[in-house]
Ligand binder design. Structure first.
Ligand code: HEC
Length: 109
């Protein structure tokens, strides 16, 4: 009988390690980014459909300068700019998502 390639203990441990580590590696992958429109639609309840405000007290986001939106969101997220709700809203988005939102709203006429 040929000798086994691996000692018996490793034959058991390697598949176990693989079972443990493979899902972790899969989980570490960055999730696909949602489109700017998808993310921007979450602002519609307050800022209006496509960022077109229906209320004089609510700033429109449609056609906003891209950099202005990015800076505002970063300031809200870091609590550098005070707001009733935007601090909480902004904490839900990472930099890539904020940029995607800025791309979306800045291109709306
Ligand atoms: C629950 C209501 C609400 C939601 C949802 C909301 N906002 Fe706001 N947003 C406000 C209010 C109110 C203000 C203005 C006053 C303030 O700063 O609190 C504001 C202000 C802003 C400003 C500053 C505009 C300016 O002219 O300075 C930006 C930029 C902004 N929001 C972006 C967003 C984006 C992007 C989303 C979606 C990801 C969003 N908001 C979702 C209520 C909301």
């Amino acid at each position: 009988m040929p000798a086994p390639l691996l000692p018996r203990s490793l034959q058991i441990i390697i598949p176990l390690l693989a079972m443990l580590l493979l899902p972790m590696a899969a989980g570490a992958k960055e999730p696909p980014i949602a489109t700017g429109k998808m993310l921007g639609d979450t602002c519609a309840s307050c800022h209006g459909t496509q960022g077109k405000s229906f209320d004089e007290y609510m700033p429109s986001l449609a056609g906003i300068d891209r950099q202005q939106l990015i800076l505002a969101m970063q300031d809200y997220r870091a609590d550098r700019r005070a707001s009733v709700v935007m601090n909480r809203v902004a904490k839900g988005y990472n930099d890539r998502e904020i940029e995607a939102i800025a791309d979306y709203f800045s291109k709306i006429k």
